[in-house]
Design a protein around this ligand. Structure first.
Ligand SMILES: Cc1cc2nc3c(=O)[nH]c(=O)nc-3n(C[C@H](O)[C@H](O)[C@H](O)COP(=O)(O)OP(=O)(O)OC[C@H]3O[C@@H](n4cnc5c(N)ncnc54)[C@H](O)[C@@H]3O)c2cc1C
Length: 47
């Protein structure tokens, strides 16, 4: 049987699900809308 999964969104949920599905035997594709890593406006230094 052809087992494929497409995950919409490369956030923490998507990136956590991808290896779990892969380990379960799925060929996994992650589709992410954003074209790059978050800008400095979206992430903050904590130190
Ligand atoms: C301002 C703010 C501060 C936060 N601070 C904290 C914190 O300090 N600690 C903490 O534990 N949590 C924090 N959270 C919550 C945390 O960000 C979320 O719980 C977590 O990111 C949810 O992960 P997720 O993978 O479900 O969604 P997201 O991280 O939102 O990821 C979803 C991804 O899907 C992509 N996407 C959306 N639609 C599409 C589409 N149609 N096609 C392709 N890709 C798509 C988006 O670009 C995004 O990359 C904060 C949230 C906000 C808004």
């Amino acid at each position: 049987m052809d087992r494929r999964a497409t995950i919409i969104g490369g956030g923490i949920a998507g990136l956590a699900s991808a290896p779990a599905l892969h380990d379960a035997g799925f060929e996994v594709t992650v589709r992410e809308r954003a074209t790059g890593l978050p800008s400095r406006n979206q992430s903050r230094d904590v130190a």
